[in-house]
Design a protein around this ligand. Sequence first.
Ligand code: OVM
Length: 397
Amino acid sequence: MDTNPIPTLSMDPFSDAVLSDPYAFHGELRDAGPVVWLEHLNVYGMARFDEVRSSLLDHETFVSSRGVGVADFAKEEPWRPPSLLLEADPPLHDRTRGIMSAILAPARLRLQESLWRERAEELIDNLTEKDSFDAVTELSEVYPMRIFPDAVGLMDEGREHLLTYASAVFNAFGPRNKIFEEGNASSKEASAWVAEACKRENLKPGGWGQDVFAAADRGECTSDEAERLVRSMLSAGVDTTVNGIGHLVLALTEHPDEWEKLRAEPRLIRRAVDESIRWDSTVQTFFRTASHDTEVAGHLIPKDSKVLLFLAAANRDPRKWENPERFDLSRTTSGHVGFGAGIHQCLGQVIARLEAQMIIGALAKRCTRITRVAEPVRRLNNTLHALASLPVRVELA
Ligand code: OVM
C-alpha cells in the first residue's frame, strides 16, 4: 500500500473561482490521481467516477453520521441538529428512510401529476406573453415554489424563507468561508420560520408533512423525529430543483440541436433531465468520514479522515463517459452519481424528475426556440451549482 504518494493539491475547492467555474479544477483533480490530498482543507478528495461511486456505495466505511460537510460531528458541534436521513447511518437511517420512502412512493406522486402539469402550463403561458424573461427569477425559482410547498402542506405565510434556508443549509456543508458567513447572517429568521413550519399544528391536512406525523402516530417514529423529517423535505426539496431546472434550461439554450431533438421527440425530456444532472450536477460535492483505516486504489485512508467526493467531477470523468463535456440526448445517462448512489441516493429524485419534466414539457410544447440573450449570472454556494439569472428569449409555436 502507498508505494506512490498521494498527490497534494493546494487549490481551495470552495474558493469563488472554483465554485463559479469548477470544471477545469475537476479535470486537475481527476488527472492527479484516484485519491488526492487537499491541503487547504486537510481532507482527502476523490473525483474519478469509479472511486466516487464505490465510496458512496460503501456506507459502512464512509459514514454519513459524522456529517456530510467538512465539519466532523465527532469533533465539532453541528450547524443545526443533524438530519435523520442525510446525516445518519443504519440502523437509524433505514428506519427514517423507510418512513419517507412510503410517503414519497412513485405511485403516490403520480397523484400530483395532472395538477403539476396544469401549474407548469399556466406559468409558461404567462411567461410567454412576453418574448423574453428570466429563466431563473421568473421560472426555475417560481415553478417549484408553486407546487412543492402545497404538496408538503406548508402554511402560506412566509414561504419565501424556504430558498434562503436551503441555500444556508447547502452553504453549511462547506468551510466557514465568506459565502457561508454571508448566507448565515440572513438565514436566522428563515431557520426560525422553518422550525415553526415543520410543527404538526402548522401543517395542512392532506400533505406529505401530515403523512410523516401519521407515521409517528403509528409508532414508526417520535413526534420530534417527525418534525425533523419534515425539515428534510424543506431543506432538500427546493434549492435543488430550482437549480436543476435552471441548469436544464441553460443546457438547452446552449445546445439548440438537442432542443430540436427534444421538441421532435418528447419522450427525450426524461433523458434531458438526467443528462442535465450528469452534465452540470446541481449537488457538486458531499463529504464522508472514514470509520476505519481503509484502502482506495492502493492508498491508505486513515480512520477519522474526512473525504470530499466530487460528484460533478465523477459525472464528467472521461474514464467513464464518452465526450463527457457534451450535453448529449443520445447517450445513456443512467448510472450518473448526481443523485448519489447507495443507501443515501436522493430520496426526492422522483419528485425532482417529475417537476423538471412538467416544466420543460410545457416549455417545449409552447416554444420552438429558446435563446439566451445575456450571460447567465451565478449565485455562489458551497455545495450547489447555482444560478441567479438567465435571461432568455423565446419564439412561440
Ligand atoms: C436533510 C437534507 C438537507 C440537505 C440536503 C439533503 C441532499 C438532505 O435535511 O435531510 O439531501
